[in-house]
Design a protein around this ligand. Structure first.
Ligand code: LLP
Length: 435
């Protein structure tokens, strides 16, 4: 079920807010998120874990709007960040530094310094080189960096190739036998506390078996590391839990089955209950994916050689996932339609053929000027947007009960241009031309 998004009197609402009315107030396209849906997902996730040894570090990369982060901060979540920018966002939104884990294969020295200053909970380190640099920086500053090595378990997550991260040929993590040696090496380096182990094998996992294998490998690694004398007190099992993307266009019931959070929690409990470790989890998509919709207006319908195109005012620059991964997103009318379904392509106005949001989709033919809602865009939607083709970054709206707030305004093209400058040689020739 798509939490918090419902037709009321034939108009799609986010909680108590009519999406037609928001479109009338602020124009299209725009992203809209539901607070109730975010809270529901967070609570469902956290309540699946009994005891207080699980720390949920929301993976900020999924949706880093400050209002979304503020919602998570209020719920007591920590954060998984992958850049200095995300760290700043987390701290600004009220998440404590001590609740932050820093992942990623290419942390820069400056980012390490910022994270040490923020007193983060853990660096998830992905190479020997990164470890040496972190040790040096921490030593110079007279502090100790808490470290987990991210293991590459060589497990295929069975998800989309571009979001699979745990195979040996992926750039992520360190394969196990080498990792064991690096722990040994690191325990003699000043500036480091080797206190954890981390994995993340991929995103949008709809089959839990690869996770089960990877979790077992991690549990085995913890025992071996303890045998080697390391004080491993934290296990970070990453994110990756998949969500439904297919919905019944009328009832908004989920059509594809995704693994339940309870079964995911059971796997974690089975693998880690005997470890006497704190567990960090880094869910992103599960918490926000189905909490967001993208509202767009149909600019025109175009029929060409028997093919029907609905050209809309949102495009691949606003939502990259279909163009980049061939991802499927359900598209429904904002005002419910009784038109007979037919096959059509929903496309944006961008000048390349990858700008297709749905291809050969069977859906009610929309009228020009009508509104469409693209579903399941709360994760990896707005965060991946660009201003390609001179298009403004679109607004984001957060709903709370009967209220909504524009939490990021449309950035007009004048604003984007205002930070660009001409180099001196062009300025000079411009002055000469206008003399
Ligand atoms: N932890 C780490 C280290 C990660 O790299 C990721 C996602 C997560 C946690 C959160 O994974 P989630 O629970 O959201 O599956 N842009 C792609 C997804 C990229 C995921 C990158 N890493 C998409 O639109 O599908």
């Amino acid at each position: 079920m798509l939490q918090a998004f419902r037709y009321r009197n034939d108009v799609l609402h986010a909680e108590g807010v009519s999406l037609s009315e928001v479109a009338r107030d602020i124009g299209t396209p725009f992203y809209c998120y539901s607070t109730a849906s975010i809270e529901h997902q967070y609570q469902q996730f956290s309540q699946s874990f009994t005891g207080n040894r699980v720390k949920i570090c929301y993976s900020i990369k999924a949706n880093s709007n400050l209002s979304v982060l503020g919602t998570f901060a209020r719920l007591g979540a920590g954060a998984d960040v992958v850049s200095g920018g995300e760290l700043k966002r987390a701290l600004t939104s009220g998440i404590q530094g001590s609740d932050v884990v820093f992942s990623g294969v290419g942390k820069t020295g400056d980012e390490m310094v910022d994270a040490l200053e923020a007193g983060i909970m853990q660096f998830n380190v992905e190479s020997e080189q990164e470890l040496a640099q972190l040790a040096e920086i921490a030593k110079t500053r007279g502090v100790t960096a808490p470290v987990a090595l991210r293991i590459n378990p060589n497990v295929d997550a069975g998800t989309h190739d571009k979001i699979t991260t745990g195979r040996v040929w992926d750039k992520f993590g360190i394969p196990w036998p080498e990792a064991r040696d690096i722990y040994r090496l690191a325990s003699n380096m000043p500036g480091l506390e080797m206190c954890g182990i981390a994995i993340h094998i991929g995103s949008q996992l709809t089959n839990l078996e690869p996770l089960e294998i990877a979790f077992r490998d991690v549990a085995d690694a913890v025992s071996s590391l303890r045998d080697d004398g390391h004080n491993i007190k934290r296990v970070d099992l990453g994110g990756g839990l998949g969500i439904p993307y297919h919905f019944d266009p009328l009832t908004l019931e989920a059509l594809d089955s995704s693994p339940s959070v309870e079964s995911y929690a059971a796997l974690i409990s089975k693998a880690t209950d005997n470890l006497d470790c704190d567990i960090i989890l880094e869910p992103g998509r599960f918490l926000v994916g189905n909490a967001g919709v993208l509202i767009s207006k149909v600019t025109l319908l175009k029929e060409s050689r028997g093919r029907l195109f609905a050209v809309i005012d949102a495009a691949m620059n606003d939502l990259m996932r279909p163009a980049l991964y061939g991802a499927f997103h359900e598209i429904v009318p904002v005002v419910s339609s009784s038109a007979e379904p037919e096959y059509l392509d929903v496309v944006g106005p961008i000048c390349e053929s990858s700008d297709v949001l749905a291809k050969g989709r069977r859906m009610a033919r929309p009228d020009p000027g009508s509104l469409l809602a693209i579903l399941s865009v709360g994760a990896y939607g707005a965060v991946m947007a660009s201003s390609y083709n001179g298009r403004p970054i679109i607004p984001e709206v957060l709903v709370h009960n009967e209220e909504y707030s524009v939490v990021r305004p449309r950035s007009p093209i004048d604003e984007a241009m205002s930070i660009e400058t001409l180099p001196p040689w062009l300025e000079r020739s411009f002055e000469l031309d206008t003399m």
